[in-house]
Design a protein around this ligand. Sequence first.
Ligand code: DON
Length: 583
Amino acid sequence: MPRIRLHLLLLLGASLACAPAARVSPPAIPDRTAVSFPETWRFPSGVRASFARNAMIASNDRLASEAGIDILRQGGNAVDAAVAVGFALVVTHPEAGNLGGGGYMVIRLADGGTAALDYREMAPIAATRDMYLDDSGNVTDRSVEGYLASGVPGAVAGMAAALERYGTMTLAQVIAPALRLAEQGFVVDSNLHASIRGDRRLIGRFAGAPVFLPGGEPPPVGSTLRQPTLARTLRLIAAQGPDVFYRGEIADSIVAEMQRGGGIMTRADLAGYRAAWREPIRSTYRGYTLLTMPPSSSGGVTITETLNILETFSALPQFGTAAWFHRLASAYQRAFIDRNAKLGDPDFVDVPVAELTSKAYARSLAATIEPGRATPTSELTTTGSGGAEGMHTTHFSVVDAEGNAVATTTTINSLYGSGVYIPGAGFFMNNEMDDFAAKPGVPNQFGLVQGEQNAIAPRKRMLSAMSPTIVLDSAGQLLLIAGARGGPRIITGTSQVILNVIDHRMTLADAMSAPRIHHQALPDELRFEEGGLAATTQTALRLLGYTLDENPGGIGTVMGVMRVRGGWEGFVDPRSYGGAVGY
Ligand code: DON
C-alpha cells in the first residue's frame, strides 16, 4: 500500500478511536467562498489554478518546475524534485536561482516527519562589525554591490544535505535536468530578457557580461542561451559532490575572483561552511498547524506571532474592510517590532523563540490593539525598527504523489546579487551581507533599521525574512505549501495567503491574487498595493490614524500549492511569473 494511503488510514483510525460517536469530523477540505476584489484592483478573482491528480510544483520558472516533475516521474520524491528545481533555477532564473547564495527548506513527509534546513550564508571570517562604514561612520554601499557584499554561499551544501538525508536519488540524477539546460541551452523569454535588461549596468560591471550581455545587449527573446562554464560546474558537483564547491576546483575559482576584486572570502571560509538542520517552528492557528522556518530566518517567528495575535479574536472582520486591515496591520506592526529588535542568528545570540511564539505573549500584545485607533509605533517601542526592501529571491513549493511536501526559498538577495560573477565557474555571488545591520539602529539604504542581535560577526548568519511554510488542516493532513520573495514583504505576503485560505475561505488562486497590505512597524505606515484598497476603506483607515502608502510594487510574490478534492492545485503569483506544473 502506498505510504500516503496508509498514513490517511492511520489518521482516520486515530480520529475514529478518539472521537465521540456523535461527532462529525470537519470536512478535510472546507468549501471555498467566492470573493470580490475592489474594482480598481488589477487581478481578477475566480481564476482557475493549475490542477493535477498526483503531484504539483510551483516555481518562478516553468522549465524548472518541469525539471522537478521529470524527477518525480522517474520515481524521485519531493525532496529529490525540490533539489532538481533548485539547480534548474540556477540556469534558467539567474536573477535569483543560485549556487552563490543560500536559503531555507521546510520538509513535511507523508509519514508526518518534519525538518527544517538552514543553508543561509555566513559572514566571512575576516568580516567585522563596522566593515561597511566609511571614516565618518556612515554606511556605504559596499554591502550591496561588489566583492565585499557576499556571505559564504550555502546553496550547494544545503541542497546536498537535503538530498542526502531525505532524497532517494543521487546528486548526478537530480542535477541532470539543470545540466541539460545549461549545456544545450534554453529559449530566452521576455521575462528573462527584461530582467537582464533591467540590471545591465550591474551585470556589465563584472565577469557575467559576456554571458548575459553579449555585444552589450541582453540575449534577444527567442534566442538560445547556453552556459557552458556553468554546465562544467554542475558536472563537477554531480560527479564530486559539494566538496568540489567548498574545497576543490570551484572554491579555487571563487577565491581567485574574490582576490582579484579585493574581496575577503578565503578557502577557509568555504571549507568551514555548514548547513544546519533545525527544528521547524510548529504552531497552531484556529485548529490548523503551521510548520515554518525558525531563526536564522525571522520568517517563521514573525508569521507565528502575527497569527497568534489574530487568533485571540474569535472572528475576524470580512476581507477588504477597514476593520480587517486594521486588525492585520496592528498584528504585523507588533510582530515586526520584535522581529527587528530581538531576532538574529541563534548560533550567536539568544533568541527568545518560545516566548515570542507563545499564545500568552500574543494575548498580551493583542490587548494593546484598540478597535478604534491605530497605535503609533513610537507608543509600542522606544527602539527603532524597520524593514528591508530586497530585490530578488525565489520560492518553490513541491508535493509528490506520496504526500511528501517541500517548501524552499532561496536567494542571492538583490537581482543578480552583488553583481560579481565567478568567471571560472559561471554563477553570480550574493549580496546577503546587506541583510545584517551594518550599523545597528541606523537605517541602511533600503530603510532597514535592525538591532544589535543582527550585527555583523565572523561566521554569523545574517537575519532573513524567508518564510517557507507548510500548513496542515484540522485533520492533520497536508493542505498548503507556500512561501515568497520580497524582503520583509515575504512575511506579510505569505501570511496573507495563509489567512485568506483559512479565515476567508478563498481558493488558492483568489488567496494569492487578493490585494495585500504591509506594515513593518517603521516606517510607521500601512503600505498597500496600488488599486488594492477601495476608496472608502482608505478613508476609514486614515480616520483610524494610519498613514497610507499606495505603492505600485507588489507585496511579496508567492508560489503556492494546495490540496483540493481529487488532487492538487498550483498557482504562480500574478505579480510574478513562473510555472505551476503537475501530473
Ligand atoms: O533573506 C532575506 O530576507 C532577503 N535577502 C530576501 C530578499 C528578497 O526577498 C528580495 N526579493 N524581492
